[in-house]
Design a binder for this molecule. Structure first.
Ligand SMILES: Nc1ncnc2c1ncn2[C@@H]1O[C@H](COP(=O)(O)OP(=O)(O)OP(=O)(O)O)[C@@H](O)[C@H]1O
Length: 303
């Protein structure tokens, strides 16, 4: 019964022979839309193992449908046909022109949160991404800490006084903020809105606490990447080599890092930034962004 219905429905919707008394010839190739049907002279087609359409199914209903459809046109032989002629014939046969509209809409701008323990290489990865990938906006965090040698105001951070920072909190201008090792750090909302409106993807660089807060605020509307060193020793050596911490601060950062790596589970991706292999880590982050852009169900962040 089901098969009978299938036969019947295929007959109505898929067959485009202008007349069933005529058999297709090789000079005038006729075609079907959808699955190819094996036309057989079987008495009871629905009992047959092969999908077949008996002549009695190809009845008046098909001819009525044909009247409403554009006439089937001969498709020129592929090896000889001019491409535009072939396209026109296909369009005519299908009843509508081929569209040049995108089959899938452009991916919407997204927010990428990059986090990881202190000294793992967040800044190094982001610096490299900035050099090689267009269309990303790296949010410049506001901080009340003093500038390190080589840092530039407005590029690395917006360096503000503690009072200015507190005023930004008061005016609800920050998406997230925290007091980190005695200094305030926060993400200005306006910057995110402005660059997302221009179609840019947003990269946020935050510590683990910040990532936790952002997860609470943004949920799954942003993608969270956890950066790790290949092992604890490599991380400690990197921090020592950076020479930016006092020995007390170093101790605090290392102890904190030990706890922080346990938070990996609340992230979407983990990227290993191996000693001397910064490029690999950067490539991995790029691949994640590309994969996210190819997702059917896109994350949509609203700030
Ligand atoms: N793959 C790597 N191999 C070797 N050194 C690296 C690598 N990645 C980063 N570094 C170096 O490790 C040090 C720490 O990196 P970076 O300052 O980027 O870390 P961070 O995660 O931003 O730290 P913080 O959170 O404390 O600001 C820097 O001197 C950086 O150049």
């Amino acid at each position: 019964m089901i098969f009978r219905r299938l036969c019947s429905s295929l007959t109505r919707s898929n067959l485009h022979y202008p007349s069933f008394s005529k058999k297709p010839t090789s000079q005038v190739p006729l075609f079907t839309l959808g699955p190819i049907l094996h036309i057989q002279n079987c008495h009871n087609p629905c009992k047959s193992q092969k999908l077949c359409v008996a002549p009695r199914f190809l009845s008046s209903s098909v001819q009525m449908e044909d009247a409403r459809r554009p006439l089937a046109v001969p498709i020129p032989a592929l090896e000889k046909a001019d491409k535009s002629e072939l396209l026109r014939a296909l369009e005519t046969s299908l009843g509508s022109p081929f569209s040049v509209d995108p089959i899938h809409p452009n991916p919407s701008p997204m927010i990428i949160v990059i986090s990881g323990p202190s000294g793992v290489g967040k800044d190094a990865v982001i610096k490299r991404l900035r050099e090689i990938r267009a269309g990303l906006h790296f949010v410049v965090t506001a901080t009340s800490r003093s500038m390190r040698p080589g840092e530039v105001n407005g590029r690395d951070y917006f360096f503000v006084s503690k009072e200015e920072f507190l005023s930004m909190i008061e005016k609800d201008e920050l998406l997230e903020y925290a007091l980190v090792y005695g200094d305030y750090k926060g993400i200005p909302k306006q910057q995110i809105r402005e660059f997302m409106a221009k179609g840019n993807d947003i990269v946020l660089r935050v510590d683990i606490q910040g990532a936790k807060t952002l997860r609470r605020i943004l949920g799954n509307s942003a993608v969270f990447i956890f950066l790790v060193a290949e092992n604890e020793l490599a991380l400690v050596q990197r921090l020592i080599d950076r020479k930016t911490e006092t020995k007390e601060a170093l101790l605090v950062r290392i102890a904190t890092a030990r706890e922080e790596v346990k938070h990996v589970k609340s992230f979407d991706y983990v990227v290993v930034n191996e000693e001397g292999k910064l490029e690999n880590a950067v490539k991995m982050v790029e691949s994640i962004i590309d994969a996210e852009k190819a997702k059917v169900q896109q994350r949509r962040a609203v700030i």
